[in-house]
Design a binder for this molecule. Structure first.
Ligand code: NDP
Length: 296
């Protein structure tokens, strides 16, 4: 079998159009969708990401304001700043840019964002609503994974879902969201005794670990839907196993997921590529959450 590719770009572009329409209809009712992104200190590694976030917002009509606080801002001052944005009626959603300087507890700051403006779906109230099956704002990577599963058109109800990875931003919320769709989730982690035993039972397999090739073809049930969340940078080799070099003679790096894609695509029925799978959908789920928070 050769799996059908689930294109994150296609799913993302559909969601983007929906978001654009909603932003416009909110505008007609006098409500502006306005995202405030907060970063502490300038961080060259975040620059590309911030630029693309801002461009994407512009494309769908969302106002985007970047607030850069001095690099020596402490936790108390950062929380006070966030609380100011919580009270600002012009701001409908708040994003906290990572990484934060050492000594600042990201979880604490995240939880100081008022639940109605928590577009990343990461604070305690949002997580609690997830447990009650009432999440309006859930973590973007988790909702992106669910959107990609839904895009295959398969019946989710009653299916065996195996998730590898139990983080608060991916594994756990995917389990809760899919439980609400009546799938039967199992969540695996480093202490799981026989990982392959579980993954081979999966009708739907979601992998969010951060270890390239941890899921091999023989760990996948024939016909399964495979969602590869992992993002890993690895050295590039050609077909003969020779390192691929750049113009300066340095070995090139490439981005891969957690699943051995070449092997897995011969076994699965649907599979997400990396890059081009979960990533682009995660980005637009943030815009979708921004619209949701403006409605709230
Ligand atoms: P975390 O490091 O928070 O969690 C990784 C999870 O994998 C942990 O639960 C860990 O178990 C589990 N794990 C590690 N090794 C094994 C193993 N050998 N067998 C079974 N389970 C294992 O990562 P994140 O959830 O934040 O991210 C996971 C991956 O997804 C990363 O590659 C990240 O870059 C990517 N990602 C991609 C996004 C996207 O938009 N596409 C967004 C967010 C993340 P334990 O809890 O026991 O330690």
């Amino acid at each position: 079998m050769t799996a059908r590719l689930i294109s994150g770009e296609v799913v993302a572009s559909r969601i983007k159009e929906e978001v654009k329409g909603e932003v416009e209809s909110l505008r007609q009712r006098g409500k502006e969708v306005h995202l405030a992104a907060v970063q502490v200190g300038e961080n060259p590694s975040s620059e590309v990401y911030l630029r693309s976030q801002s461009r994407l917002c512009e494309e769908v009509g969302i106002k985007y304001t970047l607030h850069t606080l001095p690099g020596d801002t402490g936790e108390e001052a950062l929380v006070a700043y966030v609380e100011g944005l919580n009270k600002d009626p012009r701001v409908s959603g708040i994003i906290l840019q990572m990484p934060l300087p050492k000594g600042i507890d990201a979880h604490e700051v995240q939880s100081s964002i008022t639940p109605q403006k928590d577009v990343e779906g990461m604070n305690l109230a949002s997580m609690g609503q997830l447990v009650y099956g009432k999440a309006r704002l859930a973590p973007c990577t988790a909702t992106a994974s669910v959107e990609l599963i839904k895009s295959t058109g398969i019946e989710v109800r009653g299916k065996e879902l195996v998730i590898v990875g139990r983080s608060a931003i991916v594994g756990k919320p995917v389990a809760l969201l899919m439980l609400d769709l009546s799938a039967t989730p199992t969540v695996c982690h480093t202490q799981t005794r026989d990982l392959a035993f579980h993954t081979r039972r999966a009708d739907i397999l979601v992998v969010a670990v951060g270890k390239p090739g941890i899921i091999k073809a023989d760990m996948i049930k024939p016909g399964a839907v495979v969602i590869d969340v992992g993002i890993n940078r690895v050295p590039e080799y050609d077909a003969q196993g020779t390192p691929v070099l750049d113009k300066k003679g340095k070995q090139k790096m490439k981005t891969v997921g957690d699943v051995d894609f070449e092997g897995a695509k011969e076994v699965a029925s649907f599979i997400t590529p990396v890059p081009g799978g979960v990533g682009p959908v995660t980005t637009v789920m943030l815009l979708k959450n921004a619209v949701e928070s403006a409605k709230m």
